[in-house]
Design a protein around this ligand. Structure first.
Ligand code: F6R
Length: 365
């Protein structure tokens, strides 16, 4: 039931503090400040590569997972969209493991990719929300997301719960591979414990501003999203959410790619959503934002307080989230991206929970 929410999607957006907190609590021992040893038979210490495949939003969770595994565990990750992955005929060795991500656990291309890796002798992990699903049954180890049932076609709480699983597994792998110190591990777990509360306060703090902004956004036919690093992934997630529920055409680019083509699109009819917390990428993204501003693009700047203070550029709107640890920033920055898509769709009057042409579970190729 929707309770006092207008749509399942809205309800599920607001369930995220709980979903993230349950998921972290499953993987992390907050007292010992360690991640529980949940990965067997995948041995993170001995593998020399990880393959990841999934579809849509689940793929984007894997995209952030890749960044974390590489940064914190020095584990090389190969990632692809499942419908491409399964036909790539890439070399595989039994010194690799594979991870598949699926809310429903029934997505046809993801399942086919899993079977393909299994035939090649890889150990298989599956991050799933539906534990009785086919993908869960066929995996060697299941990493559950504890998001509860997700009804809205557009994935929200499953996505942030998938991020919580990846955050936990990256710490576990870093531990196994001796690439994280105990101190780093405990700091990351500390950051994770704060995430649900921060997500909850951000949800309430920014909702009115984003609802207002969605009125403006709904006037346009095209929207560009820009970001770097994990914010590039969130740009892709933002564009996917906006197009699937509001039917406004949206595209995401890595901010550094702007000058290699898409900058030609920029004029006063092109809103550009720039996602840039004050992190290692900030200055570079600011110079890209400057290029947009110089061409009259309408900027919606999604940043944190430090980022807002560091920029004096004229924007249509600046959304300033609290400053948070870089590790949990993708969880927190998912919120404005989801709310903007949600409110724009509500404003446009589309069927938010059941967008046209889409199904919750895609069991055909
Ligand atoms: C987008 C969305 C889809 C799914 C994709 C994979 O909001 O929900 O892109 O993420 O169809 O579905 P699962 O996770 O069930 O494999």
């Amino acid at each position: 039931e929707k309770g006092n929410h207008r749509h399942f999607m809205e309800k599920e957006i607001y369930e995220q503090p709980e979903a993230i907190s349950h998921t972290f609590a499953h993987y992390m021992d907050f007292v010992a400040k360690t991640v529980r040893p949940v990965a067997q038979p995948i041995d993170f210490a001995s593998i020399d590569g990880l393959k990841i495949a999934a579809c849509g939003t689940a793929f984007l969770a894997g995209h952030i997972g890749k960044t974390w595994f590489e940064r914190y565990a020095r584990l090389p990750v190969e990632i692809d969209i499942a419908s491409e992955f399964r036909y790539r005929e890439m070399p595989m060795t039994d010194r690799e493991a594979a991870l598949f991500i699926s809310q429903s656990g029934e997505t046809a291309d993801t399942l086919a990719s899993l079977r393909y890796c299994k035939e090649n002798g890889l150990k298989i992990g599956a991050i799933v929300n539906v534990q009785e699903s086919t993908i869960a049954r066929e995996a060697d180890v299941v990493f559950p997301t504890l998001a509860g049932p997700e009804i809205g076609v557009a994935s929200t709480k499953a996505f942030t719960s998938q991020l919580a699983v990846f955050a936990s597994l990256a710490i576990l792998a870093g531990r196994a591979r001796n690439t994280l110190t105990l101190e780093q591990e405990s700091e990351m777990i500390q950051a994770a414990t704060h995430a649900p509360r921060i997500v909850g306060s951000v949800l309430h703090a920014i909702q009115p501003q984003l609802e207002e902004l969605s009125r403006e956004l709904s006037k346009y036919h095209n929207v560009l999203y820009l970001g770097r690093g994990t914010s590039y992934t969130l740009a892709m997630e933002g564009a996917l959410k906006l197009k699937e529920i509001s039917y406004i055409h949206a595209e995401a680019y890595a901010a550094g790619e702007l000058k290699h083509g898409p900058i030609a699109l920029i004029d006063e009819n092109m809103p550009v959503i720039v996602i840039a917390p004050h992190d290692r990428h900030f200055d570079k993204t600011m110079s890209n934002m400057q290029e947009v501003a110089a061409r009259g693009g309408k900027i919606i700047f999604i940043t944190d307080e430090a980022g807002a203070a560091a920029s004096s550029m004229k924007t249509l709107s600046t959304v300033a989230l609290p400053n948070v640890d870089e590790f949990i920033a993708p969880l927190v920055f998912s919120i404005p991206v989801q709310l903007l898509a949600y409110h724009t769709a509500v404003f446009m009057g589309t069927d938010v929970d059941q967008p046209r042409n889409l199904a919750k579970s895609v069991t055909v190729e």
